[in-house]
Every structure is written in structure tokens, then in C-alpha cells.
Design a protein around this ligand. Structure first.
Ligand code: FAD
Length: 492
């Protein structure tokens, strides 16, 4: 019998597939990535890495690479409304959004994947996929012909039109496109040397953001052009006319390097898994790119699936652990769709009623608590997982929350460390904070074969998330699997 070519095949080397491949390699698996493009994309759809995603990179010691390239921004927008969402009130070492081109994000992820030894098959298209109880196979087509790759698991990170999803028989219900938005990366001159510009009036909405290198991103919601199909080419002339309609002049539009339209087509995969086949990223959810969320949610899908698939493939966790991937991530896909559809509604009408709605919501967002809530949701800082992992049913509600990073003063004068530094190799962290306590939390048997780092330490007052906590077990993806509290101290 032919042995497997690799343990996991990942179809698609976009951001989701790249990060999943990194996480699987970190767990020690042989990973093959199949990518139909020979070269990385030259255009950047995404411009954002949100704070929670940056925390995820910090857990693997990679955040500095992103910070060197991107530009931290203390606030971001919801539906282009004039009241910014402020991240400063969020308990995190990264209470901001990092403005960074998708090309750079993919370059850094690819670099990490190469360092970890991921095997890439570029210029290869996955065509036919099959699975049995024992494994999966995928036919891969390239310039030299077609060959078969066998593996134990297959992951579809192959984007919105995912072949993997279709061949796995997973439906993709949702909303067909109702409108399109014009977008260009080009040069314009803004009044008074401004870097950004935002206009909204009866002629629609316009946002201009600086991209660096003298280029700007122009996003134009034009009621007169919103019914044009998103696959129709956009010309500089059409965009120029549209700029004149909203601003009275064309800002000297020139040197466009990318002219496109995006739509509000919105869909969520019925299932994130069929047997040995998994979906993540745009293969599992598509939506209007509003609020800069899609790439971030895809990366977090990958972070969630990586350690679980790694542990189950290496028989270090029960197979049921894999069911928690869909249970945890599909509700987040639903939240993402709700958030982006709400933004579609807020950008669909620029008549008097539509502008009044926008003004009303913008006024609500001036309330700090509402602003904080929406900022926490959009950036994924506030995501919690609501079901216990298999074997953790006795955790009684003390689980699921996001673990922020905090400094640790190690016991017995062993120096200092931080929570995230202890997650860098993808292991679990069991942190004992109450020096008086010698008893150990009874952990599920299966965790006995996983890598669990045990650390005795104290945290100062600068870590409110751990106030009153006696010991806490942190998952490899930075969420709490179980926590116990000092009697009489606060419990969540
Ligand atoms: C205009 C626009 C702006 C956006 N802005 C933002 C933003 O600011 N912030 C944000 O978070 N998100 C943003 N997004 C969304 C973001 O770009 C996507 O969510 C992200 O690229 C999804 O990553 P992915 O890896 O899941 O899929 P993709 O990036 O689509 O990657 C899929 C990969 O699979 C490959 N592939 C496909 N089929 C096959 C096959 N059969 N065989 C082999 N390879 C295959 C493709 O070539 C591709 O490389 C934006 C999207 C658009 C359209």
C-alpha cells in the first residue's frame, strides 16, 4: 500500500492556509500546501491586522515582524461612520489595529512557513478530492500533468469559490450580491495636504486612505453605480466621474495600479467539516469587506484548527476534539456575517432616511460603552468560546475567555517571563498563581500526552484578567480551558 505523501494537505496558500500550515508544522506534522498561483498576489485586498490577530502572532513570537512593517492605528471604522471605534480601552498589549498590506502579511506568513519546513507545491491546482475512513486523496494538476497526493486529512483554504467545499458536498447558502462598491489604488491630491478623507452626502460615500509610496486607496459607494456587477471592469474614467459627483472634482486621480469592485455577497458554509476534510477562511465564509475582518477571522480559524488537528493526528487528543473546531468557529462566522451585513445596510442608502440612520448610529457610538463593545467585537478581542472542551465539562463556566498577555514573576527567583512567551512552541500552559496551593487540578487523561508547560509565578496588579485566579490552564491558541479561583475572590 502506498504510504501517505504527507499527514495534512492544505489547499490554498492565502493567509488562512499559510497560517494553518505553520501551526500544523509547529505541532510536528508533515504538511503539503497546494497553491495554483506560481507567484504571490501583487495586489492587497486586506489592509488590516486587528489586535487579537497580533496577539496570536505574539503567542508565537512573531508580532515584531508585523510591527516593523505595519502602522498601528488607535481606531478604525464601522461602515465608514464618522465616529471611530476606539481600541484604547481594551486590556491588551496591542490595543490598536495594524495597517498593513495583505501582500506583506502573506510574505511574512510564507517566511514563517518556510522556516518551519512546510512543503509547497506552487503552480498546482487541486482538482478531484476523495476520502475514505482511512484518509484523503487529492488530484493535483500542474504543467507536467496530474498526480495524486494522499494524506490523513485535507483542509480547504482555497478561498471564496472553494473547490474543496464543493467536492466535500458542503452547501454555501446565503445572500447573492445586492450592490457593488468601486475601489482603486491610485494617486490623488487631497486638500490641505490631508492624508485621509471621508465624505458622505446624497451622492453616496467616499473614503480615501494613504497606502504609502505616494498611493492612496479610494473606496467609493455610489448609489448611481451600485447595481453594476462586481465582475464588470472599473475604468479610471468611471471612477473620475463618480468622484466629481460626490466632491465636485476628481482629486487629480491618476496612475491607478488597481481598479476593481467588490460586492456584498454573503455566505456561510453549512458545515466546517465533512469527515477528514475541513474548511477555513473565505472557503467557509464570504461577506462584504467592511470593517476589515475577513482575513483576520480566517487566520483565527486556522489558529483554532491547527493545534487541534495537530494533537488528534498525533493521537495526543481524542477525535472529538476536532468537533469543537466547527462548534467554536462557525458561530464566529455567523457573527462576522451579522457585522458585515449591518454595515451593508448602513451603506445602502444615502437619501435623507439613510443619512439620518447613519447619523443616529454614529451618535450612539459616541457612548464609550457602546463604542467599546463594537470595537471589541470587530477586533475579535471579545470572542469567548462557550462550550467546554472534551474532558473539561467540570470546568463549570470558568473557561473560554481570551487570555491577554501579562508579565510573570517566576517563583524561587527564577526571573521573569510572560504568558505568551510560554506558548511560543504551541504547548499548553498551566499557570499556578497561588503559592499556598499545592493541589493540582485533575486534568483530563488525554492531556497527559499533550505538551503542558507548568509554571509557578505571580502576576502584579497589571493583569486584571487573572485577579483572584488560583490556577489557569491556557490552550495553545490563547483561550482559557479551565480556571480555578481563590475562595472568596471574584469569579467570572
Ligand atoms: C476589496 C477587499 C478588501 C478587503 N479588505 C480586508 C481587510 O482590510 N481586512 C481583512 O481582514 N480582510 C479583508 N478582505 C478579505 C480578505 O482579503 C480575505 O478574507 C482573505 O484573503 C481570505 O484569505 P484565505 O486564505 O481564506 O483565502 P484567499 O486569500 O482567497 O486564498 C485562497 C488561495 O487558494 C488558492 N486556490 C484556490 N483554488 C485552488 C485550487 N483548486 N488549487 C490550489 N489552489 C487554489 C488561491 O490561488 C489563493 O491563493 C478584503 C477583501 C476584499 C475583496
Amino acid at each position: 500500500m502506498k504510504s501517505n505523501d504527507c499527514e495534512v494537505v492544505v489547499v490554498g496558500a492565502g493567509p488562512s492556509g499559510l497560517w494553518l500550515a505553520c501551526e500544523l508544522r509547529l505541532a510536528g506534522l508533515d504538511v503539503c500546501v497546494i497553491e495554483r498561483r506560481t507567484e504571490p498576489m501583487s495586489q492587497s485586498r486586506s489592509l488590516t491586522i486587528h489586535g487579537r490577530t497580533l496577539e496570536m502572532f505574539a503567542m508565537r513570537g512573531l508580532h515584531e515582524r508585523f510591527l516593523q512593517v505595519g502602522r498601528p492605528m488607535p481606531s478604525w471604522h464601522f461602515a465608514g461612520l464618522p465616529t471611530p471605534l476606539e481600541f484604547s480601552a481594551i486590556e491588551s498589549r496591542h490595543p490598536y489595529m495594524l495597517f498593513i498590506a495583505q501582500t506583506q502579511t502573506e510574505r511574512l506568513l510564507q517566511e514563517r512557513a518556510m522556516e518551519l519546513g512546510v512543503e509547497f507545491h506552487r503552480g498546482c491546482t487541486a482538482t478531484q478530492i476523495a476520502q475514505s475512513e482511512e484518509g484523503v486523496s487529492v488530484h493535483v494538476h500542474d504543467a507536467s500533468g496530474t498526480r495524486r497526493i494522499d494524506a490523513a486529512y485535507l483542509v480547504g483554504a482555497d478561498g471564496a469559490r472553494s473547490q474543496v467545499r464543493q467536492q466535500a458536498g458542503i452547501a454555501f447558502p446565503g445572500m447573492a450580491a445586492t450592490q457593488s462598491v468601486m475601489m482603486a489604488d491610485a494617486q490623488v491630491d487631497l486638500p490641505d495636504g490631508k492624508a485621509t478623507l471621508s465624505i458622505e452626502n446624497a451622492a453616496g460615500g467616499l473614503t480615501i486612505l494613504p497606502l504609502g509610496g505616494g498611493k492612496q486607496r479610494i473606496i467609493r459607494l455610489d448609489p448611481e453605480r451600485r447595481h453594476v456587477a462586481s465582475h464588470e471592469p472599473l475604468s479610471e474614467g468611471e471612477l473620475r466621474d463618480s468622484l466629481v459627483r460626490i466632491a465636485g472634482h476628481d482629486f487629480g486621480l491618476r496612475n491607478a495600479v488597481w481598479l476593481t469592485r467588490f460586492s456584498d455577497e454573503t455566505r456561510l458554509a453549512d458545515a466546517y467539516r465533512n469527515g477528514r476534510i475541513f474548511l477555513l477562511g473565505d472557503a467557509a465564509h464570504i461577506h462584504a469587506p467592511m470593517g476589515g475582518q475577513g482575513l483576520n477571522v480566517g487566520l483565527q480559524d486556522a489558529m483554532n484548527l491547527g493545534w487541534k488537528l495537530g494533537a488528534v493526528a498525533r493521537r495526543k487528543a481524542p477525535a472529538e476534539l476536532l468537533d469543537t473546531y466547527e462548534a467554536e468557529r462557525r458561530p464566529e462566522g455567523q457573527r462576522l456575517l451579522q457585522s458585515t451585513l449591518a454595515q451593508v445596510a448602513l451603506t445602502s442608502r444615502y437619501d435623507e432616511a439613510g443619512l439620518a440612520l447613519r447619523k443616529t448610529v454614529a451618535e450612539f457610538l459616541r457612548h464609550p460603552s457602546l463604542n467599546r463593545q463594537l470595537a471589541g467585537e470587530l477586533s475579535c478581542f471579545d470572542l469567548s468560546y462557550l462550550q467546554p472542551l472534551p474532558g473539561f465539562e467540570s470546568a463549570q463556566g470558568a473557561f473560554g475567555w481570551r487570555m491577554p498577555d501579562c508579565d510573570l514573576a517566576l517563583d524561587h527567583g527564577a526571573g521573569s517571563s510572560s504568558i505568551y512567551a510560554n506558548l511560543a512552541d504551541g504547548s499548553w500552559l498551566h499557570l499556578y498563581l497561588d503559592v499556598s496551593s499545592q493541589e493540582r487540578e485533575p486534568l483530563p487523561d488525554w492531556l497527559g500526552s499533550a505538551e503542558v508547560r507548568r509554571v509557578r509565578a505571580s502576576v502584579g496588579t497589571s493583569c486584571p484578567a487573572l485577579s483572584g485566579v488560583k490556577d489557569v490552564l491556557v490552550r495553545p491558541d490563547g483561550y482559557v480551558a479551565a480556571a480555578r479561583f481563590i475562595p472568596g475572590e471574584g469569579q467570572r
